[in-house]
Ligand binder design. Structure first.
Ligand code: AHR
Length: 307
């Protein structure tokens, strides 16, 4: 049990300086860089020592990073998994070394939930549902609606869940159909490239783009313009994250809606780690509260956006 450290009296004083290892996914999106900064600042501002590792979207790099944190005997590991599966062995090693693991942003698909303390992050299924509900309200009664989907990183929690949540909603409406769906790996460059291919094969038949993040939507908007169509008019554009870039695109009339996914939970994570190491109980799942923003709100809200 990961709690046994603290039960055995090895608990840390609230003011004690901790060494925290943070294994981050990469720097694939605006969202991710905001999340990295939030976490790094929160850890160092609280007076703790940070060991940071960027996995460049590769699971093998994360496994190596976690092993190195274990070897360095850090007090806690914050871990944002690139994909959901395949981390049992390394997390077991952390548990054996009595180093608690805190899941940040993305969950793992592992049966033994004693391998991690808590999961702090968004509800990605809910985000997919919000996207679906917005679309259905917007376009119900418009006949056939052909949707192309830009998925996130294959095997990642947000790609799996945003697809599932969206499909749960639109499957109730036979006139809404996903005609093409491919990964854009959460990046602008890939989003653009895949959208170009969608347009080439099906250009006149695309009514909606559902992108699993704003960066891919922004890349795709560029592809749509280069193809000679008007984003947000000829093709409805839905993104996820609510990053500044999406607000700029919406204010320019090129994007219709973004579903918020808030990356600024560094301070909350640090608080949870401190509480746990001080012997307090922490909930197994802590969800980040989120909203949704449309084109007509963009200009007013853009100056106040924090990420
Ligand atoms: O896990 C969160 C997702 O990862 C964000 O929505 C996306 O932009 C990022 O790359």
């Amino acid at each position: 049990d990961t709690g046994s450290d603290t039960e055995e009296g090895d608990s840390k004083e609230a003011s004690e300086k901790l060494v925290i290892g943070f294994s981050q996914v990469g720097a694939e999106s605006e969202w991710r860089t905001a999340n990295t900064t939030s976490m790094q600042d929160a850890i160092t501002d609280a007076g703790h020592e940070l060991k940071f590792s960027d996995a460049q979207q590769k699971q093998e790099n994360q496994i190596k990073a976690i092993r190195s944190f274990i070897a360095q005997k850090v007090d806690a590991i914050v871990f944002s998994p690139v994909v959901e599966t395949g981390f049992e062995t390394v997390l077991q090693e952390a548990k054996d070394a009595k180093i608690p693991v805190f899941l940040s942003d993305r969950a793992v698909d592992i049966e033994d939930d004693s391998l991690w303390v808590t999961f702090l992050g968004s509800d990605f299924i809910e985000e997919g549902k919000k996207a679906g509900n917005w679309l259905v309200e917007e376009m119900e009664g418009e006949g056939e609606v052909n949707i192309v989907e830009l998925q996130g990183t294959v095997g990642s929690a947000p790609a799996i869940d945003r697809k599932e949540g969206f499909e749960q909603i639109i499957s109730e409406y036979p006139n809404f159909e996903i005609t093409k769906s491919q990964t854009g790996d959460f990046t602008r460059a890939k989003g653009k490239e895949v959208m170009e291919a969608f347009l080439k094969s099906d250009g006149d038949n695309i009514d909606v783009l559902y992108a699993h993040n704003d960066d891919m939507a922004i890349g795709a908007i560029q592809a749509i313009e280069e193809y000679g169509l008007k984003p947000a008019e000829d093709i409805v554009i839905i993104g996820v994250d609510a990053v500044k870039g999406a607000f700029e695109a919406m204010a320019a009339g090129k994007m219709n809606v973004t579903i918020e996914c808030n990356p600024l939970f560094g301070p909350q994570m640090v608080e949870i780690i401190e509480q746990y190491l001080a012997g307090e109980e922490v909930p197994k799942r802590i969800a980040v509260e989120e909203s949704m923003y449309t084109m007509d709100q963009a200009e007013e809200l853009l100056p106040t956006r924090q990420y």
